[in-house]
Design a protein around this ligand. Structure first.
Ligand SMILES: Cc1ncc(COP(=O)(O)O)c(C=O)c1O
Length: 423
């Protein structure tokens, strides 16, 4: 371990030393000691088109020579305007405003503040957000508050504002109980809304798949029901698409795949193809209208030093173009995952297989408690690295989320590695 670095999500005393990466290309990381690793987690789910893609690298270089950064209050620039226009062309029609920030947590934090202040600005202040058990929305204090309470936020429990939770009706291949559990969750929501019609600020959810909470998948039908019920009472629905955006679910955005129009969408991770930190919170004109006023108090007083950084936006534009090239890849990956999973289905140590577009997940059967601290995670990580493949299970949840440039042979290697390790 380096004597001055403090790594994220790492207990330095017990963790193995970090691997030094010298370079990377396509789906591969090249280590300082000469080993190569197939990046099956897209470097924390950000990389879309492969590492060091020359088109994004060139766009960054060109932008850096023209305009590297400028304050975004009172100023604007082409890359920010163009990226916003591109995003809005694909997102459902009623989305109209793009607010920039620089990581997934801030994209969600902005959404929470937008929803809260939306009610204040309308003269009907409300207090409570509705979120889902097992959710993960980030590590800032506000996003920890709306995440499912877990070891990630346990220490800060006293600091977190109160949220009301609904059960997330997760499902998997062969599960038949999802419709009943979905109906129960929807009923709980309806009861809340009937009992306290003026209490709730909005509902926040990771659409189609909860990420860090264990790659739990829900059916589009559930999101459609959620939309129906929230729309009936004009309750803002926030889709945290930080992980699911930009092709991850097998369509451009989860809201498109699920055919649901929320009121606010949070995007980050894949927005620059995994090159630079950037995020957006996109909202409808109805939300924006509540802030559009002569009254200074109705302003959204939020911003970050690097809001809409021009180089980040230029990377975003280059990545956007590559999304069209890669569309066949992110749309066909679900069938490939299902093909590989077919031969793992009967393995006695694996269960609850689930696939959503480019993401496949399964639970390892272990004698220990399931969950993030399950020791199997570290063991799988080490054994896969020994075999030249980067896997990073979430506790006993093993998943693959490769970049879209992964070849059929590379994907087969990832599955072979899983099979060997689990055996
Ligand atoms: C759904 C979701 N929301 C928010 C975040 C937070 O993003 P960041 O780590 O960029 O702050 C993540 C990160 O994993 C995420 O998966």
């Amino acid at each position: 371990m380096h004597s001055h670095l403090w790594h994220p999500y790492t207990q330095a005393k017990t963790a193995p030393p970090p691997l030094k990466v010298k370079s990377a290309q396509g789906a591969w990381l090249e280590l300082d000691d000469g080993r190569r690793l197939l990046d099956c987690i897209s470097s924390w789910w950000v990389n879309l088109h492969g590492h060091t893609h020359p088109k994004i690298a060139a766009a960054i270089y060109e932008q850096a020579k023209r305009l590297e950064q400028v304050i975004f209050a009172g100023f604007t620039h082409d890359p920010a305007e163009q990226l916003a226009e591109k995003l809005l062309q694909k997102l459902p029609d009623q989305f109209n405003r793009v607010f920039y920030s620089d990581n997934g947590s801030t994209a969600v934090e902005v959404a929470l503040k937008m929803a809260y202040q939306y009610w204040v600005n309308r003269g009907q202040p409300r207090q409570t957000l509705i979120a889902f058990e097992g959710a993960y929305h980030g590590d800032t204090v506000g996003t920890m508050a709306v995440g499912g309470r877990s070891i990630f936020s346990q220490v800060f429990a006293d600091w977190l504002f109160e949220v009301e939770y609904l059960p997330f009706p997760g499902t998997y291949l062969g599960d038949t109980s999802a419709p009943t559990r979905e109906a129960e969750t929807i009923q709980q929501l309806q009861d809340k809304l009937e009992q306290f019609p003026e209490r709730y600020v909005g509902v926040v959810i990771e659409p189609l798949i909860q990420g860090a909470g264990g790659m739990q998948i829900c059916r589009p039908e559930f999101l459609q029901a959620l939309r129906r019920v929230t729309a009936e009472v004009n309750l803002p629905l926030i889709f945290d698409e930080v992980m699911t955006g930009f092709g991850r679910t097998g369509d451009w955005f989860a809201c498109i795949k699920a055919a649901v129009q929320p009121d606010i969408i949070c995007l980050s991770k894949g927005i620059t193809g995994g090159f630079l930190p950037l995020a957006v919170t996109v909202c409808t004109e109805q939300i924006y209208d509540a802030f559009y006023s002569d009254d200074p108090l109705k302003t959204l007083y939020h911003g970050h030093s690097y809001t809409a950084n021009p180089i980040g936006c230029a990377a975003g534009l280059a990545s956007w173009e590559l999304m069209f090239e890669n569309e066949p890849n992110f749309k066909s990956m679900e069938a490939k995952h299902l093909h590989h999973i077919d031969s793992l289905q009967t393995h006695p140590k694996l269960k609850n297989f689930r696939v959503c577009g480019t993401i496949a997940a399964m639970d390892l059967v272990t004698p220990d408690e399931p969950g993030y601290l399950n020791q199997i995670s570290l063991e799988i990580r080490q054994r896969s690295i020994e075999r030249g493949v980067l896997l990073r299970p979430l506790g006993n949840v093993l998943y693959l989320m490769p970049p879209y440039c992964i070849t059929d042979e590379e994907l087969a290697l990832a599955y072979q590695t899983i099979e060997q390790i689990v055996d």
